[in-house]
Ligand binder design. Sequence first.
Ligand code: ZN
Length: 194
Amino acid sequence: MTGPARSYPAPHYRAADSAVLERGAPEAASAPPRLLLDQTLGRLARWLRLLGCDTVWDRSAGPAELLARAQREDRVLLTRDTLLGERREVRRGLVRTVLVRDDLLVDQLRQLRIEEGLHLWGEPRCMVCNSPLEPRTLQEVREWVPPYVAQTQTRFTYCPSCNRVTWQATHWKRMERRLVEAGFGDEEDGSGRR
Ligand SMILES: [Zn+2]
């Protein structure tokens, strides 16, 4: 590995460490969706990457640019703009849009879980840059993490774009609670997904 930067960013979720949520259920053979989010949905974008979705957040594009990009890159466009679904590209079926109705993150996640079949895919993406994360062993990252982390954590991931090593920590517990609150990991929800 080309030495990652000595930064200690927020940890990323690693499935096998979780007692509540599991990734990549066998029946979940479908690939995660490719998504494009409008400027109002930056926070949601980070969480969708955590779930494993290829998620682009465009913080500056207007409606026309968003629609063009979604079509060009074959992405579903998530937006809070109620008028976007009325645009010609959408009516002609060239672009698919999802209107995110709620302000609260948990409600947004719940809507996407129930209506779009969002669940946990095999591997998380980098919450910062959307690159696929690569698993690393403690041996590979030992010199790049604080001693306490090396003593207490066993699973690490590396983002080749950000050049950062991440790990799970207590921070994840709060995030996991949020996902459980949104219904992820609930097998009784009737959606057939987890
Ligand atoms: Zn990254």
